[in-house]
Ligand binder design. Structure first.
Ligand SMILES: *Cc1c(COP(=O)(O)O)cnc(C)c1O
Length: 390
């Protein structure tokens, strides 16, 4: 057996507790608030609301996917409707459209932010409307923490009178011209899944400036119980609330969120310092006015100019051989079998990102030694390739 097989695993993005989480959870046990409601849920919602600012109302839910599902229900998305969604994203952005029997219409990314192209968004809206389709919502995503071009997307949405459901699952702590991600949609969603910048082990939140919508979402998320001493229901309900235990973890994580953003950005800086100069290598650009939480550091590898023609798959396999996890970028939704036949408006950008893109280990608990291990593997790969390919 080689030494390599004994190298400890380096994960792409592992959960990272700050220290206070356990005492919040212990408090929940001590007070017997072991339920999908309680003081930590209220406290976590208040923490988020204060952090986001801009008079946002927040309801904590069981997942980001549940938050998206409720957002689309609040907007009245129904069978036969269409919802425009960024193609370059995780499937959870689009699945809730399908839950409601509506059709996702996928829009390609722009090269500047890797997020929804405003030009293609407008093209899609015009074409769908010309075909007599009813578009109920637009779902832009802030991929890997990078703010989408929201000023233009908001202007287009407003012009055509279509609400925005902002998928900020990956972007808590990122800002655009001083505004927090998660505050730029009519409805916005956050995720606290285990691999996100902060975690509640599993959870999400729905955010809006409209208190009435958040109140309605809370009602729907708790089985839609009408006011009565018995159980009375006039609409379909869901069991989507966050538990008081998970919210306790969230309260502890909120204390370290700003540190986590700085740590993720330091990971990015580490990679950028020695990889930006390698021919054929490039990074997700941070547009003017944007501040990314750099949830994951992502690179593009163009084999037409990279050392010895290495591909992102060569990188991934070399890292995996040393027990280091990395992952291709999200495979675009218009390429997924589950969404086959759905309309797509694109110019090949997401396809190229998927083909050339790789997410590098980006967790905040990575040690300098871990990062050095990643560097050593890649430098060795460049050397081998440069020598073997004159
Ligand atoms: C993680 C994620 C979600 C879903 O959040 P869950 O809490 O895992 O349900 C939605 N959209 C994007 C872009 C995500 O990365």
């Amino acid at each position: 057996m080689s030494d390599k097989q004994h190298s400890p695993k380096i994960w792409l993005s592992a959960p990272h507790m700050g220290g206070a989480e356990q005492s919040f959870v212990e408090e929940a046990f001590a007070t017997n608030w072991v339920a999908p409601l309680g003081p930590h849920v209220d406290g976590f919602e208040a923490d988020l609301s204060i952090f986001l600012g801009r008079d946002r109302h927040v309801t904590a839910l069981s997942s980001g996917t549940a938050a998206l599902h409720l957002a689309l229900i609040l907007l009245g998305v129904d069978r036969g409707d269409e919802v425009i969604c960024q193609s370059m994203t995780f499937s959870a952005s689009a699945n809730p459209i399908g839950y409601l029997g509506a059709t996702p219409v996928f829009v390609d990314s722009e090269t500047d932010t890797w997020n929804m192209s405003p030009d293609l968004l407008e093209k899609a809206i015009r074409d769908r409307q010309a075909k007599g389709k009813k578009i109920k919502a637009i779902i832009p995503v802030h991929l890997y923490g990078m703010p989408a071009r929201m000023d233009r997307i908001q202007a287009i949405a407003q012009h055509y009178g279509i609400p925005i459901v902002e998928d900020a699952a990956e972007a808590l702590g990122s800002t655009l011209k001083g505004r927090q991600m998660g505050t730029l949609g009519d409805l916005s969603i956050l995720s606290f899944n285990g691999n996100k910048i902060i975690t509640t082990s599993g959870g999400g939140a729905l955010v809006s400036g409209d208190a009435g919508w958040i109140k309605r979402a809370r009602y729907l998320a708790t089985q839609a119980r009408d006011p009565a001493p018995h159980y009375e229901h006039s609409v379909l309900g869901y069991n989507y609330r966050m538990s008081n235990i998970c919210a306790g973890i969230g309260r502890g994580q909120m204390q370290v969120l700003e540190d986590r953003v700085l740590q993720r950005r330091a990971n990015f800086a580490f990679y950028y310092d020695w990889l930006a100069g390698v021919p054929g290598f490039s990074f997700q650009p941070e547009a003017e006015g944007a501040y990314s939480n750099r949830w994951l550091t992502t690179i593009l590898v163009d084999p037409a100019c990279s050392p010895g023609g290495v591909t992102r798959e060569d990188l991934r396999l070399a890292l995996a051989a040393d027990n280091i996890e990395s992952r291709p970028l999200w495979k675009p939704m218009h390429r997924q079998p589950v969404f086959e036949g759905c309309p797509f408006y694109g110019d090949g950008t997401a396809d190229r990102l998927f083909e050339q893109g790789l997410c590098l280990p980006s967790g905040t608990s990575l040690t300098p030694g871990d990062l050095e291990r990643v560097r050593a593997v890649l430098l060795k790969l460049f050397q081998t390739n440069t020598i073997s390919t004159p």
